[in-house]
Design a protein around this ligand. Structure first.
Ligand code: HEM
Length: 467
């Protein structure tokens, strides 16, 4: 018997809706939800696809019936080539074990220790800026978040320029991301042994990454007393100290996979969040002025610290609104149905792919008044309380909610406060800034911005003042 399907856009005979989809994915998804409703059916070549765009149905997919889904094979295939079977790509009992083992590394007490590192590195980056210079802010933010993740993950000291480790890993990661984006565009990834330029580049990146990581892990093992390595304060230490319910530690291969995963998941996302924030602020001088006023009042020229964050509510509202409009994870990894699943009155057949898109949810007018307008003020405590869960979901949800959520928000708020205190950023390009859908939502050709020193710049430290 034919399966009754939800409505959706008409597609071509063989490729289905693939070409409409790839033209501009977020717009395609959003328009079809507006036209067809909370559950939309379409086809991407052979993939039977369901887009879920109602908070109750998203809860079904990510929470209530989540055990009936696995991460889509395409995501596992492409991402798994570099990340192996880590948190992002694994499923079921194995994923649950890894998640439990990794969770202590993200305990608030632990990540709070990283606040100073985040501020220091932000200062280091702007130390290289000159008044009125033009920078590509996407590159600057990427460099900054890469330094922060290297330091907090495995204590790599890259900032001095002696950091070969961080440089090798950073380059390997850049190659992996660029190749993965190309694979996603093609819709497949050829087996590693096929001698394409991309495969050769990726194999080299994996070899280099593994060599460095294996060395770092081996050094750490040498410090072990009774199987407990010395705690260097970073995320890797926590991963190495964590034991499962059978008293087992992660083995070296698994550690390598989780470090790669945290590195990959933990910098481009936050970097995009910040780049979009600067872009939006440059176009909304009233919001920018309000931000400066908050920073000048609360910090009065001091460097921000963790303790300041609760007193900088407008900075936080700005970030929340920026990642509402431009969610770095614009779509979650596809979820493949492991069996027939009942959803919204329909049967989603085994083998189909279900998509959930934070971009779509964040642009629906039933949840966000004037969704295309930048209004940080909308994020009041009452508004957030009144929002259905999963209407706002920049970090996903359910058991696979982003493990780095608190880390990322703290990082973004501290970087925004550190930089905005000293600089105003204005747009320095006439061509429109367009988004590009890669693994994350980035700017198509970067964003050229002019950095202008603010008059109320941070006062020099006493040592410098009297030098
Ligand atoms: C603004 C920054 C960030 C955004 C918007 C973001 C978003 C997300 C989203 C939406 C997911 C769920 C993916 C899915 O369900 O398919 C996710 C998962 C994940 N994120 Fe983040 N993320 C950010 C920063 C970070 C950071 C800083 C780290 C680590 C240092 C991190 C590590 C991870 C990991 C390991 C997962 C997989 C979790 C699992 O499946 O158990 N993310 N992230």
């Amino acid at each position: 018997m034919a399966v009754k399907r939800p409505s959706g856009p008409k597609g071509a005979l063989i490729m289905g809706n693939a070409s409409q989809f790839s033209e501009d994915e977020p717009t395609f998804l959003l328009e079809n939800v507006k036209k067809y409703g909370d559950l939309v059916y379409f086809r991407l070549a052979h993939l039977q696809t369901y887009l879920v765009a109602h908070p109750d149905l998203i809860r079904e997919v990510l929470v209530t019936q989540s055990d009936k889904f696995e991460k889509a094979p395409l995501d596992k295939q492409i991402l798994g080539k570099f990340l192996g079977n880590g948190l992002l790509t694994s499923d079921g009992a194995f994923h649950r074990r890894q998640r439990r083992l990794a969770q202590p590394a993200f305990h608030s007490k632990r990540i709070h220790n990283y606040a100073e590192v985040m501020v220091d590195y932000a200062n280091q980056i702007i130390g290289g800026w000159q008044d009125e210079a033009v920078v590509d802010i996407t590159e600057e933010m990427m460099h900054l978040t890469m330094l922060i993740v290297s330091k907090t993950l495995f204590d790599a000291d890259a900032i001095t320029g002696t950091g070969d480790t961080a440089e090798i890993i950073g380059n390997a990661m850049n190659d992996f991301q660029a190749i993965s984006n190309r694979d996603y565009q093609r819709g497949f990834s050829l087996p590693n042994w096929v001698p394409t330029a991309d495969n050769r580049l990726r194999n080299r990146a994996v070899t280099q990454f593994n060599a460095v990581m294996n060395q770092i892990i081996a050094e750490r093992r040498k410090t072990a007393v009774n199987n407990q390595v010395a705690d260097k304060g970073d995320l890797l230490s926590m991963l190495m100290l964590s034991v499962d319910e059978d008293g087992e530690f992660m083995d070296d291969k698994q550690l390598r996979n989780e470090v790669a995963t945290l590195f990959a998941a933990g910098h481009e996302t936050t970097s995009n969040a910040l780049s979009w924030t600067w872009f939006l602020l440059a176009q909304h001088p009233e919001a920018e002025a309000k931000l400066h006023e908050e920073l000048d009042t609360v910090l009065a020229g001091r460097q921000p610290t963790l303790a300041d964050l609760p007193n900088l509510p407008y900075s936080l509202q700005i970030i929340k609104e920026a990642i509402r409009m431009y969610p770095p994870a614009w779509i979650l990894n596809g979820r493949r149905a492991l069996e027939d699943v009942q959803l919204g009155g329909y049967t989603v057949p085994k083998g189909s792919t279900v998509f959930v898109s934070p971009y779509v949810m964040h642009h629906l007018p039933q949840y966000f008044d004037e969704p295309e307008a930048f209004k940080p003020e909308r994020f009041t405590a009452e508004f957030e309380k009144s929002l259905p869960k999963f209407a706002y979901m920049p970090f996903g949800g359910g058991a696979r909610v982003c493990i780095g959520n608190a880390f990322a928000m703290m990082e973004a708020q501290l970087i925004l406060a550190t930089i905005a205190q000293k600089y105003r950023l204005t747009l320095a390009q006439t061509e429109p800034v367009r988004y590009k859908t890669q693994i994350t939502l980035t700017a198509e050709n970067g964003i050229q911005m002019r950095v202008l020193e603010r008059e109320t710049a941070v006062s020099p430290t006493p040592e410098l003042a009297f030098a």
